[in-house]
Write a protein that binds this ligand. Structure first.
Ligand code: SF4
Ligand code: SF4
Length: 383
């Protein structure tokens, strides 16, 4: 299974320092992927033939300035769709927003994603997000605004719609101005964020327990130039998802081995919650609180908790044939869907708009991670 998205986390530097930012970004984080390497990753991704879009995120990708415009232009030149994910800090006025967005439109940018909510508002006023969105809409970008949600939050989608002009536009064209509320999850050990139980991913809410459409289809390059197999919120806390050093090995080589791990394939077809459910069925002594609200939280549990890791090793072999069959069928189905113009992202989850922590200086190469569960047999996908 080859990736369809290249996500470039060029820097973890950000103008904000949101509490529980999934990648621990803040203004004093230094280091970025050098521009010639960014352009090389875009060229390599295009050469794969499977990639259809490039996402620029971070950190704050607008800190790249003219380099961002050049990179968007490079991706557009390859015929790829492009998305920038930003907190909108730069939209201090309509004029300022135009100054930033018009060159990106000229370069071929297709979509802008804005993030806001209680944590973001400590650093970027909602007014800037509205200004950025209105100018982006006028310039014809695809547009989505993500609003953090938790039980005790003060700022909601309705607050954003408190502006009459903004509200009228959203009423008239909800698809052109998508506003989505996303659960905000704790990233630090010992921290909790309360949520309404309707968000709990458990047997009472089976519709929430889905396969992960992000893993293996997203190819992520971190500021350290790690190759990661998804852009999940907790991906930087899960070493097994970092499978190579893109700075020293071509993307094609790393991508070709990304799916040679049974657990990754199992996560793709069933999602981490159903895997934990299976492990608990097999061994009822395994405790689990079932109050996770995001798949990447459960995925972190699966990779971090020794009892769950041990259970994966004990029981994964039982499901190997079934997982491989469904993985292959799903891949074939995706090809058909893509052929008739259905975007699989529309039915996906864990789109990982946010970022992770710098874990080591660039000078230390990324160790290639061993699969937690190597595939027990060669398959047609094992390239
Ligand atoms: S959540 Fe987004 S805006 Fe906030 S610090 Fe992290 S990257 Fe920056
Ligand atoms: S559940 Fe999240 S962390 Fe796990 S593989 Fe999917 S996107 Fe990545």
């Amino acid at each position: 299974m080859l990736p369809k998205t290249l996500t470039l986390l060029a820097t973890y530097q950000c103008t904000a320092a949101c509490d529980q930012c999934c990648f621990g970004c803040h203004p004093r984080k230094h280091g970025r992927i050098p521009q010639e390497r960014i352009l090389s990753y875009i060229d390599q991704a295009a050469a794969l033939g499977s990639v259809i879009n490039v996402v620029f995120s971070g950190g704050e990708c607008f800190l790249l300035g003219r380099d961002l415009v050049e990179a968007v232009g490079r991706a557009h030149g390859h015929g790829l769709l492009t998305r920038c994910v930003t907190n909108g800090f730069w939209a201090t006025s309509e004029r300022a927003a135009r100054r930033r967005l018009e060159p990106l439109r000229e370069a071929g940018l297709t979509e802008l994603n804005l993030s806001t909510g209680d944590a973001h508002l400590q650093y970027v006023p909602a007014e800037r997000v509205r200004t950025a969105a209105l100018v982006a809409y006028e310039l014809g970008f695809g547009l989505a605004i993500m609003v953090e949600t938790s039980e005790e939050r003060a700022f909601t989608k309705e607050h954003l719609l408190g502006d009459p002009l903004f509200a009228a536009l959203h009423r008239r064209d909800p698809e052109g101005l998508i506003i989505q509320e996303n659960v905000w999850i704790p990233m630090e050990q010992g921290r909790t964020i309360e949520h309404d139980p309707v968000h709990y991913r458990c047997a009472d809410n089976p519709h929430l327990m889905k396969g992960c459409h992000n893993v293996l289809r997203n190819m992520v390059i971190t500021p350290d130039e790690d190759y990661v197999v998804c852009c999940g919120l907790t991906m930087d806390q899960i070493p097994e998802l970092h499978i190579g050093d893109a700075g020293s090995e071509p993307l094609a080589g790393i991508a070709a081995r990304a799916d040679r791990d049974l657990l990754r394939r199992w996560i793709r077809v069933d999602g981490p919650e159903r895997i934990i459910q299976y492990l608990q069925d097999r061994d009822p002594t395994i405790p689990y609180a079932w109050n996770r609200v995001h798949p990447c939280e459960a995925c972190r549990d699966l990779h971090h908790r020794p009892d769950l890791r041990d259970a994966v090793r004990r029981y994964a072999g039982e499901v190997a044939g079934d997982v491989l069959l469904r993985f292959n069928l799903a891949e074939a189905a995706e090809e058909v869907l893509t052929g008739v113009g259905v975007n699989e992202d529309d039915v996906g989850m864990a789109d990982g708009l946010t970022l992770a922590r710098v874990r080591r200086p660039r000078s230390e190469p990324a160790p290639a991670q061993k699969p937690l569960v190597p595939l027990p047999m060669a398959t047609p996908q094992a390239r």
